[in-house]
Design a protein around this ligand. Structure first.
Ligand code: HEC
Ligand code: HEC
Length: 358
């Protein structure tokens, strides 16, 4: 006798099927979401893979938390200044003034660096004194010229961490980023560094030209590029995809002044490193003036003029610098080339809307 398939059984089978497919889709979706959370943004053209450190790998939760912290004035001891106060997103995370004003209008002695492409270097600061971005990230919180009035670094970090831990929204965000809601200075540093490692600059006219788009650079920029990599010898120090070899050198900026900032020698106490500073990346340089560690050079034309003169005379001047004898047109070409290093990969990182702050 022929077996009847009752409608009820059929619908049950269909139900089992649908549920099965549903579960598979759900798991696949979860897997994708998991990957999405852990998958770091891809660097724009012209930049290598980001070397995410093993002790602080990328996660979206950490980057999100880091962004909120970066724009939060509550990190400073009187709630008046955030990291973004001196690292302005509109200027590729640098400051428009020679020397930034910190808490209580105190002035430091150095120009605020751009924060793009910090992911590619370990040494931070003009004198390369900080060996890691994660460590660097919490230094400003304890710097009396920047964000604190506390007497010691421990006290500065402790009060900052206590203030953040008192905000329920932050505790939730720390739990999402680190597994539990313990707010520590180390975690603040890790989150800030993760955010900073997402501030990239690539896909500039220069990168597009290098990739074969001959129309990406103007004729003046092409001539400037030849000077940069050729006779003007800029590439001797501003080398690699980030236009810096990160090796401190003396170009004589401000060194003629008696009270000069002597840079690296203050850290290493090696006399030969007097007046040594880290060559900054030249990516986004059109946006990051004024220039040099003391902000003493106002425009790109002035920067090129500094090199045309062979740098600033002093006993420790780098031997790779000498008078360049550039014509006015050649100087302009070099400046035009420097402008071709403005790209993208950082513009997404704008201040969060106030109502989205924890
Ligand atoms: C009061 C202004 C000010 C504030 C606030 C400030 N910075 Fe800075 N930042 C500077 C200055 C000035 C320098 C250069 C100092 C030096 O090299 O000695 C700098 C350097 C840096 C560098 C090194 C970049 C490089 O190329 O070496 C990083 C990274 C950085 N700051 C991140 C931060 C973070 C994160 C915060 C918030 C926790 C912050 N800054 C808050 C002024 C500030
Ligand atoms: C001997 C190594 C060396 C050479 C060669 C060199 N630079 Fe530099 N550059 C540096 C250092 C070091 C600094 C930071 C100096 C300071 O602040 O005291 C710097 C700073 C700069 C800055 C300022 C960037 C900023 O954000 O403040 C510009 C622009 C610049 N260099 C362009 C050039 C150009 C153009 C050439 C070629 C004509 C060149 N450099 C050649 C080492 C070098």
């Amino acid at each position: 006798m022929r077996q009847h398939t009752f409608p009820l059984e059929k619908s049950r089978r269909r139900w089992v099927w649908t549920a099965g497919v549903g579960v598979v889709l759900l798991l696949a979706g979860q897997g994708l979401a998991w990957r999405w959370k852990l998958e770091a943004p891809r660097p724009p053209m012209g930049l290598p893979k980001i070397p995410w450190p093993e002790h602080n790998p990328f996660s979206r939760e950490k980057a999100h938390l880091g962004r909120l912290l970066f724009f939060d004035k509550r990190l400073s001891s009187d709630g008046t200044i955030a990291c973004a106060g001196c690292h302005d997103p509109a200027r590729a995370f640098s400051d428009r003034v020679a020397v930034s004003e910190g808490i209580h209008k105190r002035k430091g002695r150095r120009n605020a660096s751009t924060l793009v492409n910090r992911a590619y270097s370990e040494e931070q600061f003009w004198d390369a004194r900080s060996p890691s971005l994660d460590e660097q990230a919490i230094a400003p919180i304890a710097n009396p010229d920047e964000m604190t009035t506390a007497a010691t670094a421990e006290e500065a970090h402790r009060t900052c961490v206590e203030r953040l831990a008192a905000v329920p929204g932050y505790r939730t965000l720390f739990r999402r980023a680190f597994g539990d809601d313990n707010v520590t200075a180390e975690r603040v540093g890790k989150a800030l560094a993760t955010f900073e490692r997402t501030l990239l600059s690539g896909n500039s006219p220069y990168d597009r030209y290098q990739a074969g788009n001959m129309a990406a650079l103007s004729p003046a920029q092409v001539r400037g590029k030849e000077l940069f990599f050729g006779r003007a010898n800029c590439f001797a120090c501003h080398s690699g995809p980030n236009f810096t070899d990160e090796i401190p050198a003396n170009t004589g900026v401000g060194q003629a002044r008696p009270q000069a900032d002597r840079g690296r020698v203050e850290i290493t106490h090696q006399e030969w490193e007097t007046g040594f500073f880290k060559p900054p990346s030249l990516r986004e340089v059109a946006l990051t003036g004024p220039y040099m560690h003391d902000g003493s050079v106002k425009t790109l034309n002035d920067a090129v003029e500094h090199y045309n003169k062979g740098g600033g005379k002093n006993p420790y001047l780098d031997e790779r610098l000498s008078k360049l004898h550039l014509t006015a047109a050649e100087k302009q070409d070099l400046v035009e080339f420097l402008r071709a290093l403005s790209g993208e990969g950082w513009q997404h990182a704008q201040a969060p809307a106030p109502e989205t702050m924890p």
